[in-house]
Design a protein around this ligand. Structure first.
Ligand code: GUN
Ligand code: ZN
Length: 435
């Protein structure tokens, strides 16, 4: 194998076959079911891959015309989809001592200001995208900064790696320090230019990116809604109802709105391509509205625990729930680590999250909520070959636990609870080996 620095991939044949224990989903597992017909587990099977797509899935060894990658005895999953993560916040991960609003002022905004420098934006995007791949994440919905160049750097870096990326310049025209504010007219021009040049190009898609209600004027929120109304293929990403002080501030800033979510609803931002992070402090009317609009909540368990934000009410959520790291509020890019934290969040609420519901939310569930279910999130014929191979266990403790698992759910649950990026054996994006 040769390594081409420019494309950052190990040369992979156009036509090849992967052997391993294949696990994905054919539907959404019901809450609480440890035995579920929605789980498709094919032990010791082969995936046939050609031109970056899955073209076959079979028990029989393929004929000699297929180049083989033999991962027998390892777990093959669809690449993970991180539906909410901040590229410029890698350096403020694990910052001590605050809740959301103070954390933004003290750590986050200073780090984001540095991305005004195009060289810093480009270097930051490279490190970030490589770190996602090294964690087994092949698709992501990403916040850059307010600077146009920071979105551009992510689009270019993702294209060089063949990744599925959804991002857009952050909109923020008030309540942010100098160097981090835009204005409505310039922001609109920047968005339109980025949409024209990147939305739908290869695997890149544009998300209208409202940071959160407090950092946009009503005029800027209206402009963002106008962009979404003009092109229904655009995504929307933002934060909602994460922290109690934040919710109280939004109520002061928007006294005419029924709720925090209603601030977005009034300008047309709650739609079927909307990804709203957190959604902890929503009432039943808000939760119903999200479902009616077909919007999704990106649940960010490690961030919610680290920033002391609260415990997300997942069971019975009428809307789609996906899984997200929210680094740097979150403390790890690894989605297996976040799945383990999601289990603990539900345990604190007296509920039980199965490995199936958790893994589904990080793969097929996220893909469908993003309206990308035909392309990503599974290991079906016709889907893009974004997939990761995982060691079932790393180290003697995990190996001993794995050895005594009595059924598939027990085995996968122990994997999800103990695994991290060190379990990753290989990561393929559109059939190309990237890790
Ligand atoms: N709300 C507004 N901005 C942010 C951010 O950067 N991280 C988190 N966790 N919440 C936010
Ligand atoms: Zn966030």
């Amino acid at each position: 194998m040769s390594f081409t620095n420019q494309e950052k991939s190990v040369d992979q044949p156009r036509r090849w076959a992967l052997r391993g224990d294949l696990l994905d989903f054919t539907a959404a597992p019901a809450w609480g079911d440890v035995e579920s017909a929605a789980v498709r587990f094919d032990r010791d099977h082969w995936l046939l891959i050609e031109g970056g797509r899955i073209v076959g899935r079979q028990a029989a060894e393929p004929d000699a015309s297929w180049v083989r990658r033999d991962h027998a005895g390892q777990l093959v999953l669809p690449g993970f989809i991180d539906t909410h993560v901040h590229c410029p916040q890698l350096e403020v991960i694990a910052s001590y001592g605050t809740e959301l609003l103070d954390w933004l002022q003290r750590y986050t905004f200073p780090a984001e200001r540095a991305f005004a420098d195009p060289a810093r934006s480009r270097a930051g995007a490279e490190v970030f995208l490589d770190a996602l791949l090294a964690s087994g994440t092949t698709a992501a919905v990403v916040f850059p900064t307010v600077h146009k160049v920071s979105a551009e750097a992510l689009f270019d870096g993702a294209a060089a790696r063949g990744m599925r990326l959804i991002t857009g310049k952050v909109l923020m025209d008030r309540h942010a320090p100098d160097g981090l504010r835009d204005d409505v007219a310039q922001a609109e021009r920047d968005c339109i230019d980025l949409i024209d040049r990147h939305h739908g190009q290869g695997r890149n898609a544009y998300a209208v990116t409202v940071r959160f209600a407090p950092t946009s004027t009503p005029e800027q929120l209206a402009m963002a809604g106008g962009l979404c109304r003009a092109d229904a293929s655009l995504y929307l990403q933002t934060h909602v109802a994460e922290n109690r002080a934040e919710v109280a501030w939004v109520a002061e800033l928007f006294p005419q709105a029924r709720s925090y979510l209603d601030v977005y609803e009034r300008v047309g931002l709650v739609h079927e391509r909307a990804v709203l992070a957190h959604g902890i402090w929503l009432d039943e009317a808000d939760r119903r509205l999200l479902a009616d609009r077909g919007a999704q909540v990106a649940h960010c368990p490690s961030s919610n625990l680290f920033l002391g934000s609260g415990l997300f009410d997942w069971p019975g959520a009428p809307f789609a729930v996906s899984l997200a790291s929210d680094v740097g509020g979150g403390t790890t890019l690894s989605l297996p680590r976040n799945l383990a934290e999601a289990y603990k969040v539900q345990a604190l609420r007296g509920a039980r999250l199965t490995a199936w519901t958790a893994l589904h939310a990080a793969t097929r569930g996220a893909a469908e909520a993003l309206r990308l279910g035909d392309e990503i999130g599974g290991l079906s014929v016709g889907q893009t070959a974004d997939l990761c191979v995982w060691h079932w266990a790393r180290g003697p403790v995990a190996a001993a636990r794995d050895a005594v698992a009595r059924d598939l759910h027990e085995r996968v649950f122990a994997w999800m609870t103990l695994a991290d990026e060190r379990n990753l054996a290989a990561c393929y994006v559109a059939g190309q080996r990237r890790v």
